[in-house]
Design a binder for this molecule. Structure first.
Ligand code: GLP
Length: 265
């Protein structure tokens, strides 16, 4: 695992955007061989999206041959609902860049047949071969996508019931009214994320300190689904100083020194 520790949220956003751009460019994607990118919603990736849009506007990056898979979507919110993840992705990223509409994939939370929708989503990913880079955030309780505590660590795309903790945390987007937050979501599975060539998780702010501690220093445990990253050959966590509050000083020092290149000098 690589743990990238930066002073602030903005530094994390820039690092993450530069990494996404570097992966896309070095892949040299074409229409026949697109770069497949998994993408999250939430407050964590907002800064990264801003930086990526900036790169596109400055002519430094194209999304013409990038295919995206959204991590999740609330059940019962249609694409026009301001809190749907379709809406979030459109407003915060897609409408500002040159990605073809046909290259965008997000689970349909309005489906009548959840099993068919989830299987279809998994099959779509398979049709492209695999996800090259899955970017994610992490919940305060350590969930990735909507893989809540207790999710199978080999799960695939499916419907999940949200925990009280997630509903409460996400109520900030629903006028702080927990009754307005959908109680279920379609989410890629932990296994779906783990199948990607690389996984990059963004964890910023003091509220993520416990989750980061469990992810890096805890044992692999389905109660903290982010901890499965320890099993990935190319897992990266990008965090700010605040989020490291519950890590051991030795852990912080070690990962900082590795990234500073201290050991290769
Ligand atoms: C939601 C999403 C996750 C996201 C998490 C953290 O529950 N399903 O994908 O990572 O919230 O959100 P935030 O980045 O706003 O803290």
């Amino acid at each position: 695992m690589r743990l990238i520790i930066k002073p602030t949220y903005d530094d994390c956003s820039l690092w993450a955007a530069n990494y996404v751009a570097y992966k896309i460019k070095s892949f040299r994607p074409t229409a026949k061989k697109p770069f497949v990118l998994g993408l999250p919603t939430g407050s964590s990736p907002m800064g990264m999206y801003r930086e990526l849009i900036k790169m596109y506007r400055e002519g430094k990056l194209s999304f013409e041959n990038v295919v995206t898979f959204g991590m999740d979507e609330y059940v019962g919110l249609d694409a026009s609902h301001p809190q749907s993840y379709h809406h979030y992705m459109q407003e915060n990223f897609f409408k500002h860049i040159n990605i073809p509409k046909a290259n965008i994939h997000i689970p349909n939370g309005m489906t009548k047949d959840f099993t068919a929708e989830c299987n279809h989503y998994e099959n779509l990913i398979k049709q492209y071969g695999k996800v090259h880079l899955f970017v994610g955030g992490v919940g305060e309780d350590g969930h990735i996508a909507f893989n809540e505590p207790g999710s199978s660590l080999s799960s695939r795309t499916r419907i999940k019931t949200l925990t009280h903790s997630t509903i409460k945390a996400n109520s900030r987007f629903f006028e702080n009214d927990v009754t307005k937050v959908p109680t279920r979501a379609i989410t890629v599975g932990v296994g779906t994320i783990m199948d990607a060539d690389e996984v990059m998780i963004l964890a910023t702010g003091a509220k993520k300190a416990k989750a980061l501690h469990q992810a890096v220093e805890g044992s692999i445990n389905h109660l903290w689904t982010v901890s499965i990253l320890q099993m990935h050959q190319h897992g990266i966590i990008v965090c700010d100083d605040e989020a490291t509050a519950e890590l051991r000083p030795e852990t912080v020092r070690y990962f900082k020194e590795v990234e500073d290149g201290k050991f290769s000098k």
